[in-house]
Ligand binder design. Structure first.
Ligand code: ADP
Ligand code: MG
Length: 565
């Protein structure tokens, strides 16, 4: 175990997230002894969410430690989610003795973990021999962080964890790998092809994705946008990479870009469901051509043809495009940017009016609460915002303007619920920054117990819960007949409109607030940010605030209205 702890130190690992038990407890002790901060959780899935957030924010793999069988499976959810989102992380799990697993003889926590992990992660390895541990850690690290980043599984068998080796002999095994994340350069032809297309465009636009936020290319993008004058649309977690309210930001013009741009440059963004897979509104746009800058050649053409793929690391690619720029003359229609700016101005005014109209609603709605939170967070641009829910997610994303990169962590590509408390911990631990989470009451339920981890580690984090008493809202109706079972049970979407989440915070020693008015919320949030102490704010909304699936109602197979006659 000491060899494994030392190998992690050699790779520069400073934090480990996990939950101990047989057979990895001593490993966590030895990691602490070696100077690694061990952040212990109440559920492995949340420890994994912390590790993936760590990976996204630092460009180095977050490390998750789990026990065998169920602990492994709980953690694997996060490692898989990291893989889907292209975040680097390494899940290290203890596993039982091989022989009785392979012969299925019913050993303690016996499960063929490597086989289960393989199809769900970027890479999976097993280490059986103590002498192989340093190599295994280096391989896992390289696999997580190089090329398209992802989740890596490292299976360490119990005999290997318990093996003993002479210290002098062990010292000879360690090494520091050279260049763990080589910057891959795009070919000159691909850069020229892309620049030619961009130069000929009358209505070009950039779509910035969280791959660009991950790659930390804000300076290159700023230069590219300033020199070309091309407007940009930021995907959810790319918000703030360039200022949301900058003169070339087209955040409010998504449909216009889809329907009328002639060249769209995808920068670390995928044409997946979040961009209608290149179909839907895009289909109206006959003249559109895509440039796509991405590290992964297999991403290209996965939905619609890409006219100019640029395969390489984003920084190297943007540098190459910037270097080529002086040899091209751009042909942007002089009406294009002003028309987007006019649309932005009109839409922003409408949005501001919506917030104003909700400002004094009683009981509060999502918009009433966000109207209070917006100016406070915008005055504290270094606070990292964690956000999940349905309406809580969509409305918060639309309301809060971000001006700095990597300030927003949300449920991302899979739009999953249950990343909240782990992400808060991962963000606070890996950056040292203050964190505010805005959580729907349902979303909070998936990870609520790990609010206690925020408290035990005294992290500067505030968790705000929008309680509307349910999934989407709290007004779902049980459709069974009166007097017949299951009449009287809550509807499938109904939770607890009268729950006092603040009492949960109290149990773990947090500062807590239960607020029913905008004034109370204002006071609570300002006090929380000033104190930098673990804080839980329970915001009481009306049960009718919120609609099914927020912005993505169309994804439900059929609305209830169509089902009920
Ligand atoms: P969004 O959800 O914001 O659209 P995605 O996660 O769908 O973003 O897309 C991110 C893309 O960024 C992925 O295709 C990934 O391969 C790419 N990517 C990640 N890191 C880099 C990098 N360093 N250089 C180039 N592309 C990258
Ligand atoms: Mg709710």
């Amino acid at each position: 175990m000491w060899v494994l702890a030392r190998s992690l130190v050699m790779m520069g690992v400073k934090e480990m997230y996990g939950l101990v038990g047989i057979p990895v407890t001593e490993l966590a002790y030895l990691c602490q002894e070696q100077g690694i901060r061990f952040v212990g959780f109440r559920h492995e899935q949340q420890a994994g969410m912390a590790a993936q957030t760590h990976g996204y924010l630092t460009k180095t793999p977050g490390v998750l430690l789990t026990v065998s069988s169920l602990g492994f499976l709980n953690g694997l959810t996060a490692t898989t989610n990291a893989t889907v989102n292209c975040y680097p992380m390494i899940q290290i799990s203890g596993s039982s003795v091989r022989e009785p697993i392979d012969l299925q003889q019913g050993t303690y926590e016996g499960l063929d973990q490597l086989a289960i992990a393989k199809p769900l992660v970027k890479a999976a390895y097993r280490v059986n021999d103590i002498k192989d541990i340093p190599t295994a850690v280096v391989r896992a690290y390289r696999a997580a962080v190089s090329g398209r980043p992802g989740g890596v599984y490292l299976d360490v068998t119990t005999p290997c964890l318990g093996a003993i080796i002479d210290r002098d002999e062990a010292e000879k095994l360690f090494y520091k790998p050279v260049d763990v994340c080589p910057a891959v350069a795009p070919s000159k032809e691909s850069v020229d092809r892309a620049m030619q297309l961009i130069a000929g465009a009358k209505r070009p636009a950039l779509i910035l994705g969280k791959g660009a936020a991950y790659a930390q290319v804000e300076n290159e993008l700023k230069e590219f946008v300033e020199k070309t004058g091309i407007p940009y649309y930021s995907m959810s977690m790319a918000k703030g990479l360039l200022p949301d309210d900058g003169p070339l930001s087209a955040l409010s013009c998504r449909t216009t870009i889809m329907e009328t741009a002639d060249v769209v440059v995808l920068v670390g963004a995928r044409l997946n469901w979040l961009l209608s897979r290149g179909h839907g509104k895009w289909a109206k746009n006959q003249n559109l051509k895509f440039v796509q800058i991405d590290i992964d050649p297999q991403e290209i053409d996965c939905n619609v043809p890409i006219a100019a793929p640029v395969i390489g690391d984003l920084k190297t690619s943007l540098d190459a495009m910037l270097a080529a720029l002086p040899s091209y003359k751009l042909s942007i229609d002089p009406q294009w940017v002003p028309s987007l700016q006019a649309e932005t101005k009109a839409k922003d005014a409408k949005f501001a009016q919506r917030l104003k109209d909700a400002a004094t609603a009683s009981p509060m709605t999502h918009w009433t609460a966000l109207n209070v939170i917006k100016p406070i967070l915008e005055a504290n641009p270094d606070v990292i915002l964690v956000n999940e829910g349905a309406n809580t997610l969509d409305d918060t994303r639309d309301t809060i303007t971000l001006s700095k990169p990597r300030q927003r962590i949300d449920c991302a590509t899979w739009a999953i619920m249950g990343m909240g408390m782990g992400s808060v911990v991962g963000a606070a631990v890996s950056t040292g920054k203050q964190v505010v989470a805005i959580e729907g009451d349902s979303a909070f339920g998936f990870s609520g117990m790990d609010f206690s981890t925020i408290c035990r580690f005294k992290l500067p984090a505030t968790v705000i819960i929008f309680n509307n008493g349910g999934i989407y809202n709290g007004i779902g109706e049980n459709m069974s007949k009166e007097g017949e079972a299951p009449y009287g049970d809550p509807a499938p979407t109904t939770l607890d409109i009268r729950a006092r989440y603040d009492k949960l915070g109290e149990a773990f020693g947090a500062d807590t607030y239960y607020v029913t008015t905008p004034q109370e919320l204002d006071t609570a949030l300002k006090a929380a940010l000033a104190s930098r102490r673990p804080t839980l704010i329970d915001v009481q909304l009306g049960a009718d605030s919120g609609k099914e699936s927020g912005h993505i109602g169309y994804l439900n197979p059929a609305s209830l209205q169509n089902v009920i006659v």
